[in-house]
Design a protein around this ligand. Structure first.
Ligand code: BDR
Ligand code: CA
Length: 348
């Protein structure tokens, strides 16, 4: 039995919003009401080439998402670089009016772990980029998240974390009243079948700040998770990279060059024909949820074990009676995803 969910699907609350699957059910397919207005979002990010592509996809898709602001967090590289990279990307998109805020510069309780081995020293290594001229907003990113949620009607702002969850967890801790105002969190992080990419057991975003991830996963907010299980299907094969370059635009060239840069590392690591384009899956879900399938399951974050720190313990087979707290995605229409990307990025 195949079940469908829509944007109105609300996974929190006392009971499952959908009946539990019978035999092979339990696979949910996203769908979208085309008459819905653009969804208001805050992108919380640590660019990162794949974060950069996600930001470009969002800024190219005003009919689907309104970017209220971008909050930078320390992750792939330290905060001074992630906030600058976010501004570089907004300028590349021709949207210097986008508001970019600097958030937290370190995880809640741990020392920052970065990923220059994947993204290069700047986080956006590859093509030469000019320093941005647009200003960084003076307000702290966490306060921007709090103020934005407080000043909007409940259920009208979606958070899109693409990096460690430090900013979101800090906002929830500082202002618990905003938690019930969040429409949904759609995040990239975690893994179940693909296990880990920074340790054998953990995905990078969750591993960097597991305490923050625990706060977010336990908050009771409607949660959609794009784990490695999905993003490892979003591979930048040669024809897909060629399609970016064939756009003949600055954005197309840049995305192709970024992809070539981080492919060096990932192709060798995974032995795959391309690198996973992780973070754009989050934005693609908001635009075309039917590209994804997943299960509404319980996901707990490991914060204690040395061996499995940051693991997302997803009850994929529903072998416990722990309450489902996340739509954990597992399937992707990869060709559809890259077609969407090429179509939207060509607009910039
Ligand atoms: C995640 O880690 C980062 O390196 C990427 O930007 C992505 O958000 C993948 O594990
Ligand atoms: Ca990221």
């Amino acid at each position: 039995m195949r079940l469908h969910f829509t944007r109105d699907w609300t996974p929190t609350g006392a009971s499952d919003p959908l009946p539990l699957p019978r035999v092979q059910g339990n696979v949910w397919f996203g769908s979208k009401d085309k008459t819905m207005a653009a969804r208001k979002i805050i992108i919380d990010t640590d660019p990162g080439q794949d974060d950069a592509v996600a930001i470009l996809l969002a800024l190219a898709s005003p009919e689907d998402v309104t970017v209220l602001g971008i909050t930078a967090v320390a992750g792939n590289v330290p905060l001074p670089l992630t906030e600058m990279n976010a501004r570089i990307v907004c300028e590349l998109a021709g949207k210097p009016e986008t508001r970019v805020f600097a958030g937290c510069d370190a995880p809640l309780v741990r020392k920052l772990v970065t990923a220059e081995h994947v993204h290069g020293k700047t986080g956006l290594d590859g093509p030469q980029m000019d320093a941005p001229t647009m200003a960084l907003q003076a307000q702290h990113g966490v306060d921007f998240i709090i103020d934005t949620l407080r000043s909007h009607a409940a259920g009208t702002v979606t958070l899109c974390p693409l990096g460690p969850l430090t900013n979101i967890a800090t906002a929830f801790t500082k202002a618990p009243d905003i938690i019930e105002k969040v429409q949904e969190i759609v995040l990239m992080g975690g893994a179940y079948f693909q296990v880990g990419n920074i340790t054998p057991a953990a995905e990078f975003n969750i591993y960097v700040d597991p305490e923050a991830a625990k706060i977010v996963f336990d908050a009771g907010v409607p949660l959609v998770v794009m784990p490695l299980d999905v993003t490892h299907q979003a591979l930048t094969t040669q024809p897909r990279v060629d399609a970016f370059r064939a756009m003949g635009t600055k954005v197309g060239d840049m995305v192709a060059a970024w992809t070539n840069f981080f492919e060096r590392f990932d192709k060798e690591k995974y032995g795959s024909e391309g690198a996973p384009l992780h973070d754009p899956c989050v934005i693609a879900y908001l635009i075309q949820p039917d590209l994804f399938t997943g299960r509404h399951v319980n996901v707990e974050i490991e914060t204690v074990s040395e061996l499995t720190l940051g693991m997302t313990v997803a009850d994929w087979w529903r072998v416990t009676d722990r309450a489902p707290n996340a739509m954990f995605m597992g399937g992707l229409d990869a060709d559809g995803f890259f077609a969407l990307l090429a179509d939207r990025l060509a607009r910039l």
